[in-house]
Design a protein around this ligand. Structure first.
Ligand code: CAA
Length: 391
């Protein structure tokens, strides 16, 4: 069945890093009880980028399967969402555009508002498709989450990219019109231009997230959104997967529902499977939650899924998607599992070496150590230019 006015996610694919660090290694290093990580924050491992991986290589790896399946025709816009930007001027999306060999008749732009920006990208993409339903927009969300060694944030690092093809008559999820939005000027998490690792006030960030859940849901309701009971599941931004549980319990309480743990488990249970082994992928995380849900659920055809996208600082958006009947034929479940399973475990010392590695900032020419076996790599810095290659 086609719906002429339906616009949404036609295809979705994700990529992550070459390496992975299990939380058991972090717990062994810092003496934490492993229960703090496995149960307390709901994380089992974190993706660790190789020296020659970054937001561009992951973004291109996530997007390439979409181009392979659908071709590049009709893609006139690429929106690249990130908060781990690699250049102050040039959009990371231009490198992805080049690596994928897309048409020069394309506009490319990078968006930033912490972990929220991919949702802004999705909504802007829908606006463009609404204007010309023949067009498709490639939205790429790609991030590397990095905190100071031995800080509380270290356990909530990670890295991944999600690519979504947004278009009319989508095969996966139709995004509905009402959207609840919320902005508050808070300093819960930020990264000044001179720092590689983010600064964060952990407890304040949790409180800011919960306030944003309330604010965006209130606006969603006022915009005529669905009632809470109509949703089959909820995809939250997951800086660590237990945060989704805190947020959902808060939402149930805020909207006058009894706290029913079976309901919480039903609403969230299938959304955490990728994030709990990838770690925080910032902009990509809420759409990794969607991928995990679609890849694992029995059949969600015709059902509503809630989205709660949060970006520190802070901006949030609550909205709904309707899962399109027949979506299961278009999923990439095997490829997603392979992206997770192909990562090579590293020990703690190796992880710390990779964490300490930063791209030379002396203005000289440098080759990057060849480490990734992925389809794209950051090969060198030459004449202040990043040189990317495809395998
Ligand atoms: N067994 C089971 N559970 C245990 C445990 C054990 N042995 N030991 C501790 N726990 C539980 C604690 O009770 C706690 O659970 P509750 O919050 O439900 O009480 C949980 O494990 C974590 O313990 P702590 O609060 O003591 O952990 P911490 O202070 O070391 O750090 C953190 C937690 C603040 C989240 C920290 O990891 C951090 O700063 N992370 C980065 C910031 C972040 O992710 N904020 C999230 C909201 S902001 C956002 O979403 C944007 C973004 O992407 C950054």
């Amino acid at each position: 069945m086609t719906n002429d006015s339906a616009i949404g996610i036609h295809d979705l694919s994700f990529a992550t890093t070459e390496f992975v660090l299990p939380h058991t290694a972090l717990a062994e290093h810092n003496g934490a009880d492993i229960g703090k990580y496995h149960q307390g924050i709901g994380q089992r491992s974190m993706s660790v980028p190789a020296a020659d991986e970054d937001i561009v290589t992951m973004g291109a790896a996530a997007a390439a399967p979409l181009i392979a399946r659908h071709g590049g025709d009709g893609i006139r816009t690429i929106i690249f969402a990130t908060e781990s930007s690699i250049d102050q001027a040039k959009s990371a999306g231009v490198y992805v555009h080049s690596l994928l060999g897309l048409s020069s008749a394309t506009r490319v732009v990078e968006l930033k508002q912490a972990c929220y920006a991919a949702t802004a990208g999705l909504q802007f993409a829908i606006g463009l498709v609404r204007r010309d339903p023949a067009q498709r927009v490639l939205v790429v969300a790609s991030d590397v989450s990095k905190y100071e060694p031995d800080s509380p944030g270290e356990a909530t690092q990670g890295a991944a990219a999600v690519a979504m093809l947004v278009g009319a008559d989508p095969a996966l999820v139709e995004i509905e019109e009402p959207s609840g939005v919320f902005t508050a000027d808070v300093m819960d998490f930020w990264r000044p231009n001179y720092r590689e690792a983010a600064l964060v006030d952990g407890q304040e960030s949790i409180g800011a997230y919960l306030l944003a859940v309330e604010g965006s849901w209130k606006d969603y309701t006022e915009q005529g959104g669905r009632s809470l009971d109509e949703f089959a599941a909820f995809c939250y931004h997951q800086p660590f997967t237990k945060m989704a549980y805190k947020a959902h319990r808060h939402l149930l309480n805020y909207s006058g529902h009894d706290l029913d743990e079976d309901r919480v488990a039903r609403d969230l249970g299938l959304t955490t499977a990728y994030n709990n082994v990838v770690g925080n992928s910032y902009t990509a995380s809420v759409y990794l939650a969607l991928a995990a849900l679609l890849d694992q659920a029995d059949d969600l055809s015709g059902q509503a899924v809630g989205f709660l996208s949060y970006g520190s600082g802070s901006v949030a958006e609550a909205f709904a998607g309707r899962v399109v009947p027949g979506y299961r034929e278009h999923l990439r479940t095997e490829a997603h599992r392979a992206a997770i399973d192909r990562r090579k475990p590293v020990d703690f010392a190796r992880y710390r070496e990779l964490h300490a590695y930063s791209f030379p900032a002396d203005g000289g020419d440098h080759r990057t150590p060849a480490q990734t076996t992925g389809p794209y790599r950051l090969a060198a810095l030459r004449g202040h230019k990043r040189i990317y290659t495809a395998r």
